[in-house]
Write a new protein. Sequence first.
Length: 570
Amino acid sequence: MSTDTLGMATGGQAIAVPAPADMADRGLRAWITSCLRPEYPALILILFLSVVAVLAGLAQPYLTKALIDGGILAGDRDTIVLVGAGMVGLSLASLGVGLACRRVHVAVSARVLHRLREDLFAHVLTLPPAFFSRIRQGDLLTRLEGDLGEVQRFAVDALLSAVSAVLTLIGTVIVLSTLSVKLALFLGGLIALNSLALAWVRPRIEVLSRRVRDAGVDMSSFLVERVGKVRCVQTHLAETRELTQLQGLHQVLRRRMIDAQLFGYLGGAIPNLVLSLAVIGIFVFGALAMLGGEALTLGTLVAFATYVQRASAPVHSLMGIYMQWQRVKVGLARVDALRAVAATAPGGGDAFRPGDIVIRGLTHAYPDAAAPVLDGVDCRIARGAKVWLRGPSGCGKSTLIDLLHRQLACQSGEITIGGRAIDTIELAALRAQVVVVSQQTELFACSLLDNIRYGRPSAGAADVQAVVEASGVGRFAARLPQGLDTVVGTSGTTLSGGERQRVALARALLMAPAVLIVDEGTSSFDEALELDALRAIDALLPTATRIIVSHRPLDPEAFDQVIDIDRSAA
Ligand SMILES: Nc1ncnc2c1ncn2[C@@H]1O[C@H](COP(=O)(O)OP(=O)(O)OP(=O)(O)O)[C@@H](O)[C@H]1O
């Protein structure tokens, strides 16, 4: 059984995901079906239009036979004109039906893809940080974009084409049998040969598709990372090295693509060859049979050959679908792996109640780490206290904070707020009240105002003004041509590090949380600005519990409590 393994680990174990053979058990099929269900009426309409188009297509060669045998060979002008007009009318009707079918089809197809992606995106938004620290961004994007597109194309487009192709083929076989049983049997023999050849090609195509996808993911992950860190590349004069690395990745991708394309071509070429042989065979054996006195007319022979040639489109379509299925299996396993990653538990549904924070016997170990980063931590923080959380770099301060707002799950020990274990508090309620400003600020490429309002879009102008002043945003925003409406670059790159941190602080303050944690969120401020900001936080949120993490030599007297987290002491 093939598996797709996300580089994600929980408790030290990578998540291995079964191949789609087992997907019925895993709910993947149910998920895709639930996204298709709202489209059932539209799908039925498409099916109906497809049947009409198939019937119109099947009628054409029959009319050709009537034109040759009843019109041209019989010298009947009226039949020639009548059948000719019928053929033109049928072609125009086919065009109209085709257009209507495409219109409905495109809309259905896009809606299904968007529904699938929205669902998967919503799931990704519930995943814990540990997941994002393990998966490469390019890999994640490929799953959300390429893999999902492949799944959708198969679920909608391929299945509909398959239905239309199968209908055409069934219709063709019926018509062919009525025209000449012998020729139909000859065709059947060739199709059996075709199937044998394809059975040999099939498993190879699946393996090669997987290898192409892996190489593609390596390349996109490389590009996403390097483009995001282009300054670092330039600073370290690594442009040539990076280019060489991309060339290496391209070389692997190219080699795999060529192999996959060759086998893919073979998969398509075999049915083509069979069809060409069939047409030659029909004319040769049919003509010999006619000369031998069999009851075959020229019109029948032409109609038969035309049907066989027309059958090439549905055969091609089925072959394409077959090749696509080999690729989709790879995509399905990758999408399924993403869906299988456990979301952060939403909590027991208890409402958040402000109160003392009590930590008892808290222990946390990262996967594969030799020792726990936090080992039996105990402490109590009174409601509304102002706390300085300090300790040497790497002692586990940020880990403790991630546990406090459930970015990490408690492995052992307990954290309670207001007497309730935090994992019983509804997650959204907890995160609305325990807000963290971290050192790495994450801003969006929109206006300063929209960034500040991100956690509370409905905030009024007076509240915004208050946090803008308290955080120090007001001081630099006043110098910008468009003030708070100034759009910051991607990730806020048009701002200085300190300015970005001020925006992040304003954003957190606007949420007016019961617990505000500033995890080195003022590290890029100068000393005076940091003291100003701390005073402003006190003024703005006097009743909130305020936990400040800072490596600066702050005045302990300015705090109600100082907590030292020292790994050696823990
Ligand atoms: N996602 C992770 N996976 C594995 N180990 C991690 C992870 N995050 C942190 N660690 C490790 O846990 C330890 C504590 O990290 P943490 O970020 O909590 O320290 P910190 O006290 O906040 O450090 P600093 O003051 O430098 O920010 C470090 O040794 C770090 O390497």
